[in-house]
Design a protein around this ligand. Structure first.
Ligand code: KMH
Ligand code: ZN
Length: 273
């Protein structure tokens, strides 16, 4: 099996300090959380940014300041800025981080319920996102929240509307209103990806570590972090993203999977920039 690539989704757009005081808002807090995750074994940091008061933003300037600061503290780490932003943002607003020419960025693969909200990713929007990633030579991480999202993006890749092989998928399971975080659903999705692709599993909330364990056993990769889960175990808030990553590293060690460094992750993902 390849080494395990761990992604830390350190911030997200929805979680707040009221839910867990360690959720980062400021540049300094983002750097603190990124460093804790990377020191614990994360090769990738998935980046959302906030204003100092916690308001989610897709501002290109804010992304630049935050990503530069994270890079200064963790020079080797792979950064995957979000083009999902927060529910209700426009496509143009969401696309701003692509103007910074990151190695990778997320590309969300379809509209879905998101708790009480609707996370809108229409076909025209996705074509626009795909075009921008092709033009700016950015490798997408294809975020699939629903089973049908996989077919959608594979059909787009066949038409050349989004970057093609080798594709990296992130199966985000357990968002309220979307595909549940079961091993059966994960297996169905993994069986549908083209040969030579890479994939990551993200379990939301209490499913974070069960889905991580399944992905580790199946040869996939794992994402954890405050964006997805605020707890280290039932009723115990995580003090940092690093604590969540450390738990994945412990599970991986027990199961005999070694952890990929950022350089090894670049090789596994076929990153060329
Ligand atoms: N904040 C969610 C509505 C992404 O980063 O691309 C969308 C999201 C996906 O977080
Ligand atoms: Zn995200």
């Amino acid at each position: 099996m390849e080494k395990l690539i761990i992604t830390a989704a350190i911030c997200g757009a929805e979680v707040t300090k009221e839910q867990n005081p360690a959720v980062p808002y400021t540049v300094e807090e983002l750097v603190r959380e990124a460093k804790s995750a990377v020191d614990a074994g994360a090769a990738i940091v998935h980046v959302h940014v906030r204003e100092d008061d916690g308001t989610p933003t897709q501002s290109k300037e804010r992304f630049k300041v935050c990503m530069d600061a994270i890079k200064a503290a963790c020079p080797d780490v792979i950064l995957i800025p979000s083009t999902g932003g927060a529910v209700g943002m426009t496509a143009e607003e969401r696309l701003q981080p692509t103007e910074l020419f990151p190695e990778m960025a997320t590309l969300d693969c379809g509209t879905c319920n998101f708790g009480d909200d609707v996370f809108e990713n229409t076909m025209p929007m996705m074509r626009e996102f795909g075009k921008r990633m092709i033009e700016n030579n950015i490798k997408p991480e294809y975020e699939c929240f629903e089973m049908g999202h996989l077919d959608t993006v594979l059909a787009m890749a066949k038409k050349g509307q989004v970057p093609g092989a080798p594709m990296q998928f992130n199966f985000v399971l357990g968002v309220p209103g979307c595909t549940p975080a079961t091993v059966q659903n994960l297996c169905w999705l993994v069986n549908g990806i083209p040969a030579g692709s890479t994939w990551t599993a993200t379990g939301i909330g209490r499913h974070a570590f069960t889905l991580a364990a399944a992905a580790i056993a199946m040869g996939g990769n794992v994402r954890v972090g405050f964006e997805d889960n605020l707890y280290l175990s039932r009723g115990v808030l995580a003090k940092s993203n690093g604590e969540l990553v450390e738990k994945v590293v412990r599970i991986a060690k027990e199961l005999g999977r070694e952890i990929a460094t950022p350089a090894e992750a670049r090789q596994i993902l076929g990153l060329t920039k």
